[in-house]
Design a protein around this ligand. Sequence first.
Ligand SMILES: Cc1cc2nc3c(=O)[nH]c(=O)nc-3n(C[C@H](O)[C@H](O)[C@H](O)COP(=O)(O)OP(=O)(O)OC[C@H]3O[C@@H](n4cnc5c(N)ncnc54)[C@H](O)[C@@H]3O)c2cc1C
Length: 1003
Amino acid sequence: MDTQLEAKIVERGKEFFTSISGEAPSIFNKGWWTGKVMDWAMKNEDFKVQLFRFVDVFPYLNTSESLSRHIREYFSGDDHEVPSVLKWGAGKASFGGKLTAKIMEKTIRSNIENMGRQFIVGQNTKEAVKGLAKLRKEGFTFTVDLLGEATVSEEEADAYRDGYLEVLDAIAEEQSKWKAHAGNGGDPSMDWGYTPKVNVSIKPSALYSQAKPVDIEGSVQGIYKRLEPVYRKVIEMGAFLCIDMESLKYREITLELYRRLRSAQEFRHYPHLSIVLQAYLRCTEQDAEQLVQWARTEDLPIAVRLVKGAYWDMESVLAKQNNWDFPVWMHKPESDIAFERVAKILLENHDLVYFACGSHNIRSISATMEMAKAMNVPEERYEFQVLYGMAEPVRKGLLNVAGKVRLYCPYGDIIPGMAYLVRRLLENTANESFLRQSFADGAEVARLMENPQITLERELAARPEPKQEELVDGLPPFKNDAMIDFTIPRCRTAFPAAIKKVRETTGGTIPLFIDGKEVQTDDVIPTTNPADYSEKLADVCQAGTAEIDAALEAADKAFLTWRDTPAKERAECLLKAAEIARQRQYELSAWQVLEIGKQWDQAFHDVGEGIDFLEYYAREMLRLDKPRRMGRAPGEHNQLFYQPKGVAAVISPWNFPFAIAIGMCSAAIVTGNPVVYKPASISSRVGYNLVEIFREAGLPDGVFNYCPGRSSVMGDYLIEHPKVSMICFTGSMEVGLRIQNKASVVQAGQQQCKRVIAEMGGKNAIIIDDDADLDEAVLHVVYSAFAFQGQKCSACSRVIVLDPIYDRFIERLVAACEDINIGRAEDPENYMGPLADASCQKTVSEYITLAEQEGTILLKRKDIPAEGAYVPLTIVGDIKPEHRIAQEEIFGPVLAVMRAATFDEALDIANGTRFALTGGVFSRSPEHLEQARKEFRVGNLYLNRNNTGALVERQPFGGFKMSGVGSKTGGPDYLLQFLDPRVVTENTMRRGFAPIEEDDDWI
Ligand SMILES: Cc1cc2nc3c(=O)[nH]c(=O)nc-3n(C[C@H](O)[C@H](O)[C@H](O)COP(=O)(O)OP(=O)(O)OC[C@H]3O[C@@H](n4cnc5c(N)ncnc54)[C@H](O)[C@@H]3O)c2cc1C
C-alpha cells in the first residue's frame, strides 16, 4: 500500500464530505414520501421485498380495481391495515369506506409515479430534451439512455434503434443552442474544451432479440447491424457514444462489438466511443489489460467507463442456482479494491484511454482523483459520472471539487422505467451501499474512507470459519450437475470438437448386449440424423424373441447374486458410471445433437440429468438400505427393510434418450433388479452409450442387457414375459395404457404381480394473468413451447391468457416467434431444429392441419429447411377447451392460445384435460399464485418461470391422471417402487427378561 497516496485519498474524501455536510440524497429525505418509505424498507426486510415487487407490477395496474386488489394483497398484514407509511400524504382522515380507499389509492399511485420520475429525465423525447437542457443550465453534462423493455423480437429491436435515432434528431436541433461548458481542453465549441456536448449510452442487447452467449458471432453481427446507423448519426452530430455493459451473458459480445465498431474502417477516425467495464466481475482486470493491449496494437484511442456493476444480486443468485463459480466478487470491499486497481490500469494508459469514473462512492472517487494527480494525468483525460436522481450531494460535491460531472439520464416509458427504478432502489437500500451507509446509516467518515483492503481483512477475520461439508454415508451431499455456461469459451468450443469426433465414429453396426456379451443379429435398422437423413449414424441390431429370451434368462440368473450384493457396491457402480458420463459429457451430448436434433444446451442438460439420476439414486439406495426399527414396544423387535422385486423391463423414449433411459435403468439396478433395456429405435445409438458406460463401470454380466428391437416383433413379448417383474416405461399414453393392460394378465409360470411405472405425457398449460410481467412471460412461453421443438412431455402446448392482457401478450409472443432461427441443431444460432424423425413430422403436420380447421392461425413459419424432419412453428388462436388441439398431446411445436375472462376460468380450462403433468402461471398477484398452488392440479407446477427442465432432487418430476402412474423420478419416493418392503418381528423376551434398547425411554 502506498501510504502517502493513501493519506491523500482519505484527506480528499474528508474534504469532499465537508463540502457537502448536512446534505442527503432526496431518496433518503424523510420529509418526503420516498424517503419515509425507503427508511421503513431499510428497517423491515419483508416490507422491502413487498414494496419492490409492488413497484415492479405497478405499471400494469391500470384499473382502480386491480390497483386496490394489489395494494391489499401486497401490504395488508394480519390487521388488514395498509402500513401508514405507504398511505402518507393521503390526508389525516382515518380510513374506511370507498371514498377514503379511493383517496389512498390515488395517493399511492401518484407517490410511486413521482418516485419513478425522480430517476428518469423524461417520459418522451420532448420531455427528455427539455430535461437535459435544464441540467446543462445547472452546470452538468449528460449521457442520455433510452429505457427499453426486454427485446423479444426484431420488431422491438427496430423500435429501440428508431427511438435512439429520434432522440438524436431532437437533440441535434437543440445542441447548437447549448453553450459549451468552459474548461481547459482548448476547443471552445466542446464541453470542458474537449468533449462532445451530446453523449449517448446504449444497451446493446436491446438491439438484437436473438443475442446469446452460445452464438457470439451471430449476436455481434445482429447488434452491429442496428448500432451502425445510430453510430453514424452520433458521428454526424459530433457526439459521443457509450456502449453499456449488461449482465455477464452479454460481456463477451459487448467487448467484441466495441472492438469491431471502434476499428471498422468507416469509424476508425472517430475517437468518441466508449465501453463500460464492471469492477465487480473477477475477470475485469484482465479484460481491461487486454483492451488496452488491443488498443495499442490497433493504435486506436479508446474510452472506458468504469463502474462496479448493476447486476450483482442477479449474477450471484444465478451462479448459485446453476452450480457455477461466482463470476463476481463476493465481498463488497473486493469490488472496491478491484475498482481502484482497474482505475489505476486505465489511468496509467491515459495517453490512449479516456477514463470515466462511474461511482457514487466518495472513497472510489477520491482514489481516482488522487491516483490521477499522482500520475499527472491531464484533466482532459478523465471525468466523473453519476446516475441522475441518485446521490445529489455527490454530484454537487463533484461539481465543487472536480468542476465537472456527467449525469447518466435515462428517459422513456413508465413500464421499463419501473424495472430501472427497482434496480436503483435495490442499489440504494442494500446494506453494502456506500450511499446508504453514508447518508442513511450515518457511518463514520473515517470508516467510509478506509482502504478497502483493510476493510476486507477485518471482515474476513470476523467471519466464522466456513462449515465443513458433512458426509452422509461417506458421500458429500447430492449436488446437481452444473448447467452449461456458454460465457466460458471452453464450453462453446467443446461442442463442435465433440460433434466432429463423434462423426468420425459413425457408420458402424451396433450390437445387442446380453449377459455381458455383444450379440449381432441379421436384422438391423439404420439410425439417421433427422436434419439430414443421408447421414447414417449406425446400423443397429434388432432383438427378436430369441434374444429377449436370452436377455431375460441372463437377467434372471444375475438377479440371484445382484440382489444380495451389498447396496454400497451397487451404489458405487452408479457413482462410477456418473463419473464416466461426466468425463464424456460433451461427446455424449454430441450424439444427441446428431441423432435426435437436440440443441447444444438441451443435449448437455439431458446428459447432466442422467448424471444426476446416477448420483442421486446411489445416495437414495444407501438411505433406504438401513433397516428401520418400527414401533417402540419392549420385548419385541420389529424391523422393516426392502428387497428388490426382480427383473425389470425398461422401455424408454427418444426425447430424453440418455437421461430418462439411464434414470430408469439405474433406479432398477441400484435397488438390485437386473434390467432388460429397450431404447426407442430412433435414439438407439444414444441408448448404446449406456452399454459403454455400464460396462466400464463394471456391472456384472446379465445385470444390464441392451435390446433394441421392433415393437411389433418383441414389444408385447417382453411385457408379457413371465420372467419380467416390473416394467418401467416412459412414452405415449396409448402405449402406457396398453402396457398396463398387458401386464395385468398373469402368464403361465409367472411368479408375481407385475408392477408398472408409466410416465405418459401431458397437455400442459401456462396461464398468463393480467398483471404478468410480459418481458418474462413471452420469453419463458417461447422456451417452454418451442425449445427442443416442443418435444418434451413437460412442454407447454396451451397458453391461457387473461382477457385484459391478451392482445399485448399475443402480439409480442407472435413477433418473438417470427424471429427465432430454425435450422440444424448443431448450429448454435438456431433455436429450433428438426423433429425426431419423419414419422413425428407426419403426425405433427396432421395436427397443424387440424389446428387450421379448429382455430385461427396466428403464426405458421414457412421458412423452414426443405430437407429433414422440420415442421412449421405454429401458434393457433381461437381455440376452445373442447377442441382436439386443446385436448390431445401433440409432441411438436404447436401452441394453442386460449382466452379466459377470469383467473378462475383460466384454472378451469387448465385443469380441463385428462392429463396432469406440468403447468405454469405468470402472475404478480400473491392471491392468484396461492390459488394456483392449491387448485392447478398438476404434478409439477411452475410459478413465474418456464415449465420444463425439472431438476433431480430439487424438482422431483411426474404427473397423475392420464399423465402416469408411479411416483416422481428424481424424488425421495422413486426407488421404493422398485422394492418390496418386508418386516421381521422377533420376540426378544426370554423368561420375562427383555433387553433394553439404547433409546428406550420408558424405563
Ligand atoms: C454513469 C453510470 C453509468 C453506469 N453504467 C452501468 C453499466 O453500463 N453497467 C452496469 O452494470 N452498471 C452501470 N452503472 C451502475 C453501477 O454499476 C452502480 O451504480 C454501481 O455499481 C454502484 O456503485 P458505487 O460505486 O456507486 O457504490 P458502492 O455502494 O460503493 O458499491 C455498490 C456496488 O458494489 C457491488 N457490490 C454490492 N454488494 C457486493 C458484495 N457483497 N460483494 C461484491 N460486490 C458487491 C455492486 O456492484 C454494487 O452495485 C452505472 C453507474 C453510473 C454512475
